[in-house]
Design a protein around this ligand. Structure first.
Ligand SMILES: [Zn+2]
Length: 424
């Protein structure tokens, strides 16, 4: 049976259209009379905006557990005294519940795909499977050398890829994640790239996140982190690089030349006091730039729409120019460029596209009157205006009700886990 979304508005439409979803694909777009078939389930969208859904291009889903925990202490203290002791105590089932909580929030924010880097990845992959979203999942490898744990880290990644790459009807892809230049030795990086090339996997890493990282790396190698990766041949596989907060003009050229996709994480960079990435330079240089929330511990939300608004305002304030990022281009970062960054096929709510569709209500007092749909979305809409989410044709949210899994149970389990961790 097909589903027919009646009277939706795409960004490019002046008049509402109907969109017919058959299986995992949009098979027709047009007037009701033209595309309706007997037996179709009709969903009256009543003029809601229809988007291909947002992509969160860099996150650590289970870190919702650490949301709001000791967030006013310096980064090193925060990691050593608060984050790592809790993470060491986490069991796979804990990670599963936390990932589901993060996915409930993500779906409610209109997110259809996420790039996640964490550990206990089987548990995360199970949560993604239940949730119905698309995901690029990876194990964050940390090892100073192959001999000092690197071999085992790479084996974990390869085992994870054996089980999960292409799983859940192709919704899950696996990436290779050396965590960063400063947490993985050169031989670990080289082997990671060899694995990515051999298995046709993306590389997902953190790059030039803080000024301290870049200064240290220059002292150690004479090179910026991106230039170092280029020198050791580590940009040979398609790479998704998170943050890229402190980069040079040469780094930006290198990204463009090597096709490095950037996951811009402006809120996390701001909250952690890391700085502001040169978004205008990325865009002017032709670097594919998506947006990511990073983990909830440094955000505190997994709200891509809010991330977009922040990115747009920050870019304009920094450049002292409204043209630094238009609302339409900002939406492109969260949709088309996000899909490109994760290696997903394009989707634009057109016939033949994957049926990834998010409906957004624009009838609220805070969005009235609607002069321009892109501007309304980026500057006025809230994520709670998202009413429906379909991924690969499957409804995950309908009229703001989460269908994919039991959200109350998930909240209860995470509350129990948080209480247990507080007692320890
Ligand atoms: Zn991160």
């Amino acid at each position: 049976m097909a589903t027919l979304l009646k009277d939706v508005r795409r960004l490019s439409d002046s008049e509402p259209v109907c969109v017919r979803v058959a299986g995992d694909t949009i098979d027709r777009v047009g007037t009701l009379d033209d595309i309706w078939s007997a037996g179709d389930e009709i969903v009256d969208a009543g003029g809601k905006l229809a988007l291909p859904g947002f992509v969160n291009a860099h996150t650590h889903l289970p870190m919702v557990l650490l949301r709001g925990l000791a967030d006013d202490v310096p980064l090193a203290t925060w990691l050593e005294r608060h984050v790592w002791p809790i993470e060491r105590a986490l069991r796979p089932e804990d990670v599963h519940w936390c990932a589901l909580l993060a996915l409930a929030e993500s779906i409610r924010c209109g997110v259809v795909a996420v790039a996640d880097m964490y550990f206990h990845n089987d548990a995360i992959a199970r949560a993604v499977t239940e949730s119905g979203v698309r995901a690029l999942l990876s194990y964050g490898m940390i090892a100073p050398s192959l001999a000092a744990g690197g071999r085992e880290e790479l084996e974990k990644t390869e085992r994870f890829a054996d089980t999960w790459d292409g799983a859940s009807d192709g919704r899950i892809r696996v990436a290779v994640s050396p965590h960063a230049v400063y947490t993985c030795g050169e031989d670990v990086w080289r082997e990671s790239i060899a694995l990515a090339v051999r298995r046709d996997l993306l590389v997902h890493t953190h790059l030039s996140e803080t000024r301290g990282e870049v200064d240290d790396w220059r002292k150690k190698t004479g090179l910026t982190p991106p230039a170092y990766l280029e020198q050791i041949g580590a940009l040979a596989a398609p790479t998704l690089a998170a943050h890229c907060t402190h980069v040079t003009a040469e780094d930006v050229d290198l990204f463009a030349r090597r096709g490095v996709r950037v996951a811009h994480c402006p809120k996390s960079n701001a909250k952690l006091g890391s700085g502001t990435a040169p978004l205008s330079a990325f865009r002017a240089g032709g670097v594919a730039t998506a947006v990511g929330t990073d983990g909830a511990a440094s955000n505190d939300r997994l709200d891509v729409l809010e991330e977009l608004r922040f990115a747009c305002l920050l870019a304009r304030a920094g450049a002292e120019r409204v043209g630094a990022l238009s609302a339409r281009d900002a939406l492109g970062m969260a949709t088309h460029e996000g899909r490109l960054a994760l290696g997903l096929p394009k989707a634009n709510v057109e016939a033949g596209d994957p049926a990834d569709i998010v409906l957004v209500e624009v009838e609220g007092a805070h969005t009235a009157p609607r002069h321009d749909a892109a501007s309304t979305l980026v500057f006025a809409s809230q994520s709670s205006d998202v009413t429906d989410v379909f991924v690969a044709g499957r409804p995950l949210l309908r009229e703001r009700k989460l269908l994919a899994f039991d959200e109350e149970r998930v909240q209860l389990e995470v509350a129990r886990l948080a209480a247990r961790l507080r007692r320890n």
